[in-house]
Design a protein around this ligand. Structure first.
Ligand SMILES: [Zn+2]
Length: 595
């Protein structure tokens, strides 16, 4: 028999947070909370363990939210003992600062903090105007040396939102430093017409190879040479996210660094004009080059962006809201409400009820059977968040009742799935059978595709005769999607005054920090039992182990000793959005404390 195992957030909890634990195979139906003081453990609280549903494995759940005294604690259940954790008002301050260590360490160019810097000092492009543009700087996004505009801009949106949530002291200065550094790179990528140039970083000698020709590098030093940039547009999410980021950066620097703030707002306005121009070309994105080593599916992750699609509209919505926040100009609010109208019309069933949570999903567009909710990185970081932000900004708007139904349906969908497993885990993505854009490309097949459901019980009856709908917990890169879902839930908790949504935000953080079936933290150096980081032999020397790095989303394959850690790759967006999640937890706790 396997020993009972106590799963709990490895770091701990804010004093008034929801505090839960999960015990696998418990020897008894209650748990004890012990407080550590002067090397002695004292029993302070006893609570029942309750059996819940069993997706993601069997277990019982305990709750000690009622206990809110600061201190050092551990849980015991029969012979099983948890490691020690902390209840404290500052418990997340140091872990949040660790995330910034990853950003510092991933700096590229003439940085003094990058793990490899000075590096890639020859990054540049000669534009068709004859201008030679220096492109040093930015970040290596993940466990390779690429500087994808879409990933870096997504990470920076998370950091900027974290800064706007508050925070102070050393962590704040470090946060602002990354917002300056990353913003500099994004603005270097901006052409004079407002669009961002592209960069797929195919090292010399690999240009022009046929897609699918996956081969190792003959020269593991190849990626250290000058990289390729392209004057053509970066994918649409990179464009929108860069504008969204620059507008938020204006808000951050407006008071203390007005010159920088002005530069940020000018870049945002130029980008907005470019993306909303009347003659914009909506041709599907095609990367100028497909990098070797498993990027065959690259174009598919951007395939949800086209005229009037859910992704396009959701990104315009969030960008308009950020520009409204910066300028207070009503044209941006009006644009946001137009976007919200389109977006809400794409929801399958805004009256989605408890037994049909699939109705909260959104069509990719009026003509497509694909669900917008199927895409990683770019859906949960935009659509639902934009709607809840708009609702809080303009609750008296004539359309607000429509937005309210849409937001409520999404929040209830999160709650419905979270009740199906002992960890309170929300789904990462939803799919329609026969209309799953990610079924075949090699780029995605490593991502635990087999985990879509244990026995078919995740499926729903065919709603529109267009294929049954199902959800996944372990979707590729799921960490950023559940973090964005948690931020959304925190905002929904504030709007609806619904503590249960705030509890799910906390339980998402708990999952990231070790309360999961693997008893493993997704953050290097924070919590315990991390799997080995992704290493692909693509270049040498490889990315070192870096405290504060966040994995794309651990799963069973993460712990395969023969695997390469494809689910444990470090990735910048996860770090930026976890920073936002850390900062966003306190608001709902304070407002909803007495309910
Ligand atoms: Zn570099």
């Amino acid at each position: 028999m396997k020993p009972p195992l106590i799963h709990i957030n490895h770091v701990g909890f804010l004093p008034h947070a929801v505090k839960t634990l999960v015990v696998s195979g418990p020897p008894q139906d209650f748990f004890n909370l012990y407080r550590l003081s002067d090397t002695k453990f004292t029993l302070v609280f006893t609570g029942p363990l309750q059996r819940r549903t069993t997706e993601l494995g069997e277990g019982l759940v305990g709750d000690f939210s009622a206990w809110n005294e600061e201190g050092i604690y551990r849980i015991e259940c029969g012979d099983a003992v948890s490691h020690c954790f902390v209840i404290g008002a500052e418990v997340y301050r140091y872990p949040a600062s660790m995330l910034l260590n990853f950003f510092r360490s991933q700096r590229c160019g003439d940085s003094e903090t990058g793990w490899a810097s000075p590096c890639h000092l020859d990054d540049q492009i000669v534009l068709s105007t004859g201008e030679c543009r220096d492109l040093k700087g930015g970040y290596h996004q993940s466990c390779d040396l690429r500087k994808w505009p879409w990933g870096i801009s997504l990470a920076l949106v998370g950091l900027a939102e974290a800064a706007l949530e508050g925070g102070n002291g050393k962590t704040r200065e470090a946060l602002l430093s990354e917002i300056r550094w990353g913003g500099d790179y994004l603005r270097k990528l901006q052409r004079n017409d407002g669009g961002l140039i592209d960069c797929t970083l195919v090292p010399e000698g690999f240009e022009g190879r046929a897609p699918g020709e996956v081969r190792g590098f003959e020269d593991p030093h190849a990626l250290w040479g000058a990289r390729e940039f392209y004057e053509s547009d970066a994918p649409a999410p990179a464009q929108w996210q860069a504008i969204r980021f620059n507008a938020l950066a204006f808000c951050i620097f407006q008071r203390d660094e007005p010159d920088l703030a002005k530069v940020c707002l000018e870049a945002a306005r130029k980008g907005w004009a470019y993306m909303t121009r009347a003659n914009r070309d909506f041709t599907a994105y095609q990367a100028p080059e497909i990098p070797p080593l498993g990027h065959e599916g690259l174009n598919i992750i951007f395939s949800g962006f086209y005229r009037d699609s859910a992704h396009e509209t959701a990104h315009r919505l969030c960008t308009a809201l950020a520009l409204h926040r910066a300028t207070r100009e009503t044209c941006f609010l009006k644009d946001a409400t137009n976007c919200a109208r389109v977006l809400c019309s794409l929801q399958l069933d805004e009256e989605a009820s408890g037994d049909r949570p699939d109705g909260a999903c959104f069509r990719e567009s009026t003509e497509s059977p694909v669900l917008a909710d199927s895409f990683f990185y770019f859906w949960r970081t935009s659509g639902p968040l934009g709607l809840v932000e708009l609702l809080r900004l303009a609750p008296e708007h004539p359309d607000a009742s429509i937005w309210r139904k849409a937001v409520r349906a999404v929040a209830e969908q999160y709650r419905w799935v979270a009740q199906k497993n002992v960890y309170g885990r929300c789904a990462a993505a939803w799919f329609r059978e026969g209309a799953n854009p990610f079924e075949s490309p090699a780029f995605f097949t490593h991502a635990s595709e087999e985990h879509k459901g244990s026995d078919g019980k995740y499926f729903f009856e065919d709603r529109e005769k267009a294929g049954r709908i199902f959800y996944k917990y372990y979707n590729f890169c799921y960490n950023v999607d559940i973090m964005a879902g948690a931020v959304f839930l925190g905002k929904a908790a504030l709007y609806f005054e619904e503590p249960a949504y705030a509890a799910l935000a906390q339980r998402t953080l708990d999952w990231i920090l070790g309360c999961n079936p693997f008893n493993a933290s997704s953050v290097e150096g924070v919590g315990y039992n991390q799997p080995h980081r992704g290493l692909f032999g693509e270049f040498f020397p490889p990315v070192p182990q870096m405290p504060g790095a966040v994995f794309v989303g651990i799963d069973e394959n993460s712990f395969d000793p023969k695997g390469q850690g494809l689910s444990n790759e470090y990735d910048l967006p996860m770090g930026g959005w976890l920073a936002w999640l850390f900062q966003s937890l306190e608001g709902p706790l304070e407002q909803l404390r007495d309910q």
